[in-house]
Design a protein around this ligand. Structure first.
Ligand SMILES: Nc1ncnc2c1ncn2[C@@H]1O[C@H](COP(=O)(O)OP(=O)(O)O)[C@@H](O)[C@H]1O
Ligand SMILES: [Mg+2]
Length: 512
């Protein structure tokens, strides 16, 4: 007889159904695992054997065959331990044969029979619920699974024995509750920054519309400091965004203790990051920084120091909001709708823009141009706002702390975001929540400037030789400026400001 246990295999954040089939027959004593398992799955045999023995169940002196079906879907990871062990237990009569019906199962076993947390429980639970199944997972992942639905049936035992007792009815497992991660203290506050009023204003605009931002300035001007204050003014994730973000983090194995958080992700990979680390991939086609930053911020400090190839790989996800990773045996799509915030020095020495500074190697302009060529034109074209962050003066540092902190700015950002969400919902585009993500064809409807604005835009587009993308990005920023002003229509003043943030791109691109 064949015992069947339902489990999943991950393709990106999709959990595909996998059937674990266990057959115990007479014949040579052996434990065979087939169905395209990778190394971690193949090792599962040893963990299952040890865990069963530790739980007081010796494997029968028979031939045990385990098949993971469908056989052509690659199986990766350690979460097959538990379905295999339960399949064997059902096959030898250690648990009732129908106990596992209606459950999807995943979990890793320790040698002592306890269960270890695994990645991907949230997407597995959501997929199981959609198929009308419950979920059996390790206790540590229970709170995560409980987010899938209010009425999903979850068994989250600590060990094999605890689960067997539950099925026998001697120890009933309680349903885990969804938990929210405890925040590690308050975020750094915008109020800490002295002076830099225009940079703070731009940070507010970028936050309000989800716009990509590049800050250019000498070392010590406070660029990194400004970027690290962005999370404190961004609105919290909506419930739907929270689930989307958490699915990616779950598959990546980043959800500590199964707790979710409504803080927007802020990812700041070092400039030595490889292409696979940034866009995803590697052996198991894991999500990269662009996907971990989904619905949040990807901060690239010292932008020109990143590998050119890695930076150019960001271009496609910046446009489409997702990333397709293809490997020999794998194909995974991960969401990657992130807001890019980047910082750079004007040149290698960092001081080219300082009055009176002369580069020892070559004229300042050449030094700057050489450094800026490291960022490609197409990359710059995807940035909505470029600003210069000048060095902060001693006079600024001596000023008393600013009256306005992150809370006040966040309130204005939240109002502007609400206006955007409502507008896109009315247009039947529920997936779009920010002006930055607005599809170009819709822009004509929502950001049509008034007469004076149109004239300005026409002249500027010609003078600045805006690309089509550049033109649309100017309109998006202008729309955000109007939203911050609470205006229904985009006016000339909004366009003028939006164009001023774009003009720096031309200068950088020309240098490049
Ligand atoms: N406007 C400012 N107000 C207060 N402190 C500042 C300001 N700008 C810079 N600093 C101080 O200088 C340090 C360096 O700033 P940082 O953001 O790392 O500069 P950058 O990234 O531009 O090189 C900060 O940690 C902070 O202590
Ligand atoms: Mg810095």
């Amino acid at each position: 007889m064949v015992t069947r246990v339902a489990t999943v295999a991950f393709e990106g954040i999709e959990a595909r159904s996998v059937d674990v089939q266990v057959q115990v027959t007479s014949g040579n004593v052996n434990f065979i695992l087939v169905g395209l398992p990778d190394k971690a799955v193949a090792e599962s045999r040893e963990r299952v054997r040890a865990a069963l023995i530790a739980s007081g169940l010796a494997l029968p002196a028979k031939r045990i065959t385990v098949n993971l079906a469908p056989a052509d879907l690659p199986k990766e990871g350690s979460h097959y331990d538990l379905p295999i062990a339960l399949g064997v237990m059902a096959a030898i009569g250690a648990i009732p044969p129908d106990a596992l019906a209606g459950y999807a199962v995943l979990g890793e076993l320790a040698l002592d029979g306890s269960l270890t947390a695994v990645a991907g429980v949230l997407p597995a639970a959501i997929a199981a619920y959609a198929r009308g199944q419950g979920l059996i997972c390790p206790a540590a992942c229970g709170p995560e699974a409980a987010w899938a639905a209010a009425d999903i049936d979850i068994l989250a035992p600590r060990s094999l024995i605890q689960l067997a007792n539950h099925f026998k009815g001697t120890q009933v497992l309680a349903r885990p509750q969804p938990s929210v991660a405890r925040q590690a203290g308050p975020l750094p506050d915008l109020g800490d920054i002295r002076g830099q009023e225009s940079a703070k204003r731009v940070l507010e605009i970028a936050a309000a519309g989800g716009h990509n931002l590049l800050m250019n300035g000498p070392p010590g001007a406070g660029k990194s400091m400004l970027a690290s204050r962005l999370p404190s003014i961004l609105p919290p994730l909506s419930p739907r965004e929270l689930l989307e973000v958490s699915m990616v983090h779950s598959v990546a194995g980043h959800l500590a203790e199964g707790a979710l958080t409504d803080r927007r992700p802020f990812r700041a990979p070092h400039h030595s990051a490889s292409m696979a680390a940034l866009v995803g991939g590697g052996l198991q086609a894991k999500p990269g920084e662009v996907s971990l930053a989904h619905h949040g911020v990807l901060f690239l400090d010292e932008l020109p120091e990143f590998q050119a190839q890695a930076l150019d790989a960001l271009r496609q996800p910046m446009e489409t909001g997702d990333v397709l990773i293809s490997r020999a045996n794998h194909r995974a799509v991960y969401p990657a709708r992130f807001q890019l915030v980047a910082a750079m020095n004007p040149c290698r020495c960092g001081k080219a823009t300082e009055p009176g500074y002369a580069c020892r190697r070559q004229p300042n302009e050449r030094c700057m141009a050489q450094y800026q060529t490291r960022i490609s034109g197409p990359m710059l074209d995807r940035i909505d706002i470029v600003i210069d962050v000048p060095a902060v003066t001693a006079a600024d540092l001596l000023l008393p702390a600013a009256g306005e902190g992150s809370a006040e700015v966040a309130a204005r950002v939240a109002v502007a975001r609400q206006a955007q969400t409502a507008r896109f919902e009315a247009l039947n585009l529920p997936n779009v929540t920010t002006n930055a993500a607005c599809p170009a064809p819709v822009l004509d409807q929502i950001a049509r400037p008034d007469g004076a604005g149109l004239n300005l835009l026409r002249d500027a587009a010609e003078a600045m030789r805006l690309t089509a993308r550049g033109y649309h990005r100017v309109l998006k920023v202008a729309r955000t400026l109007a939203d911050l002003d609470g205006e229904a229509k985009v006016g000339r003043i909004h366009l003028a400001e939006a164009l001023s943030y774009r003009s720096r791109i031309d200068q950088v691109a020309q240098a490049a």
